[in-house]
Design a protein around this ligand. Structure first.
Ligand SMILES: Cc1cc2nc3c(=O)[nH]c(=O)nc-3n(C[C@H](O)[C@H](O)[C@H](O)COP(=O)(O)OP(=O)(O)OC[C@H]3O[C@@H](n4cnc5c(N)ncnc54)[C@H](O)[C@@H]3O)c2cc1C
Ligand code: SF4
Length: 526
């Protein structure tokens, strides 16, 4: 079947199920059982769970719905349309760390690499014993939810036909670095190894929320309001009763913002992500000393290695190989990543003619990255113009972990036959060509300004705790301050994980929505 004649899951949706804020001309005032704020990993999962339990559900999403057929592999137009602030957000502290988030139907799941990891047991034990969660969220509670999501979203290890050379080199050579590299497990159905996960999967193979739980929910009766930003949750007599917001009006033909009110008979699920959720809570009048505090991340950094033979990153699962062997001992996880040429090019050393001549080496480049389970904590506050201001400074021990990971990656590149490694660490040569020179990375300064970090795994800032004294959200997922206001994204996580967060977020959102849906009498009486 040619791609033009295929019907993608985000097409042919039930009439009236999508209300596009870009085109509405009069105020919206509607009522549902539940309102879900955000259509990403947490919101999509919560909505699908509530719809299946028979409730009427409205999803309110600030971003537009960019359909599979409209995806554009060019970075700039895609970032402008689908990333929050066109991908220019940053964590501000002792260095500036770019922060990436999707702002589109599907949230960050539309732009991410679909890597799946269940919440590690040691994290759940820690939450239970040291963060006061007790028996509220156990492995036994979560396992059936993880299993159900894995089945629905076709989770499996990368297949041969989508592996590509970047991922193969990592897996096949990992033993030379003294560890076990494996193929990633991902949410995908017939990945063709197009290496474009960052700008949206053109084959609808990646099972982001935009092609799975959101359209499935609409087909079962839910409605989505797109390009509508929730300003605040309405709270009456200590209970969440709906949301108040407006259309985002980026279309010059409809430049006026239109007010939107969506009433919730039974409750509001807040799933706007770790960065936006704390400020939505603030604007809704929620007060708590922990609100906006204890923000955590897994800052990542990547190194290109240049091989004699072609690697051709444009073919292969965008991220397809990894190891967690260093997660506990060194606090980092290693992964492969493929980048479109415009992005990979920012790491090319040199300027002018030198830079242009090196562009020809890109087909020979592989990129391997480290995600650091950082100890640092930051804060989230309202910024200018409705933006979110994130303050975050890397701790010295986190930079030390990153430096160790960078040296390990460089060594593995040379063991695997690479001719050059581009460390991207300020003060070091732009190119190193031998194992001996890896010592330069091992001795690089422990100053985060010297490294090129990027953040996309985000946690905390509205953490869960049994008592209001210790956290913002209770063990029933509802805020302590207002009942029926359920927070289900990773802002409630007491710590970061050391593995990719999407599956933990979805597992917890499904658990929360299942518990709330199963106890409607308690909801009505509360
Ligand atoms: C480039 C990239 C690659 C990644 N790769 C992986 C990976 O492979 N595996 C993995 O596990 N994790 C990955 N992650 C992280 C993962 O995608 C996120 O942790 C996860 O999607 C977060 O889920 P969420 O629902 O909290 O937020 P999101 O998925 O970001 O969704 C939040 C949604 O809420 C909307 N919203 C925010 N505020 C409002 C408001 N006021 N009103 C209405 N709507 C609002 C946003 O527009 C957004 O669409 C990656 C992230 C990025 C950016
Ligand atoms: S690698 Fe390509 S085909 Fe596979 S999920 Fe990503 S964008 Fe889709």
């Amino acid at each position: 079947m040619s791609i033009d004649s295929r019907v993608f899951p985000d097409e042919q949706l039930p009439e009236g199920s999508v209300v596009d804020g870009e085109t509405v001309t009069s105020p919206i005032d509607e009522t549902f059982d539940f309102v879900v704020i955000g259509s990403g990993a947490a919101g999509g999962t919560a909505a699908w769970t509530l719809v299946q339990a028979g409730y009427s559900v409205a999803i309110v999403e600030e971003g537009p719905w960019v359909k599979t057929r409209e995806f554009d592999r060019r970075i700039f137009p895609s970032f402008k349309r689908m990333f929050r602030e066109a991908g220019t957000q940053a964590l501000m502290g002792n260095s500036i760390i770019p922060l990436l988030q999707g702002r589109v139907v599907g949230g960050s799941t539309l732009v991410n690499s679909a890597i799946v990891w269940r919440t590690p047991d040691d994290v759940l034990d820690d939450w239970s014993k040291n963060w006061g969660l007790g028996g509220a969220i156990t492995e036994r509670d979560l396992d059936p939810h993880f299993a159900a999501i894995e089945e629905e979203l076709k989770v499996h290890a990368v297949l041969d036909e989508a592996l590509g050379e970047n991922n193969r080199l990592f897996v096949d050579n990992s033993f030379k670095g003294g560890f076990v590299g494996t193929r990633m497990r991902r949410y995908e159905n017939a990945c063709k190894g197009a290496g474009q996960c960052l700008t949206g999967c053109p084959n609808a193979a990646k099972q982001g929320m935009n092609v799975s739980y959101v359209p499935w929910s609409l087909r079962k009766g839910a409605r989505i309001f797109t390009s509508v930003r929730v300003d605040r949750v309405a709270i009456k007599n200590g209970r969440a009763v709906g949301v108040v917001g407006s259309t985002t009006a980026t279309n010059p033909k409809h430049a006026k913002k239109i007010p939107v009110v969506v009433h919730a008979r039974r409750g509001v699920f807040l799933a706007a992500s770790t960065i936006q959720t704390p400020n939505v809570l603030r604007r809704s009048g929620i007060k708590n000393p922990h609100l906006g505090e204890h923000f955590m991340a897994h800052p990542g950094l990547g190194l290109p290695g240049i091989f004699g033979q072609k690697v051709d990153m444009h073919f292969g699962a965008t991220q397809g190989a990894e190891t967690i062997d260093f997660r506990k001992s060194e606090r980092f996880k290693l992964e492969t990543i493929s980048m479109q040429p415009e992005l990979a090019a920012v790491r090319i050393p040199g300027v002018g003619r030198e830079l242009v001549s090196r562009l020809t080496t890109l087909p020979h480049a592989a990129i391997w990255v480290a995600q650091i389970r950082a100890t640092a904590q930051g804060s989230i506050r309202p910024g200018f113009g409705g933006r979110d201001m994130v303050r975050y400074s890397m701790a010295k021990e986190d930079v030390a972990a990153a430096r160790k990971a960078a040296a390990l990656i460089a060594r593995l590149f040379f063991e695997s036959g690479a001719k050059e490694v581009w460390p991207g660490i300020h003060g070091l040569p732009e190119i190193i060509r031998s194992m001996d020179e890896v010592k330069l990375i091992e001795n690089a300064p422990l100053d985060s300004r010297h490294y090129s970090f990027i953040a996309s795994h985000l946690f905390g800032a509205a953490r869960m705790a049994a008592s209001e004294r210790d956290g913002v959200v209770g063990l029933d997922f509802s805020t302590h301050a207002a009942k029926g206001l359920y927070v289900v994204d990773s802002s409630i996580f007491p710590t970061n994980l050391g593995v990719n967060p999407q599956h933990s977020i979805m597992g917890l959102a499904r658990l929360a929505a299942t518990r709330v849906a199963a106890d409607p009498l308690a909801i009505a009486a509360a």
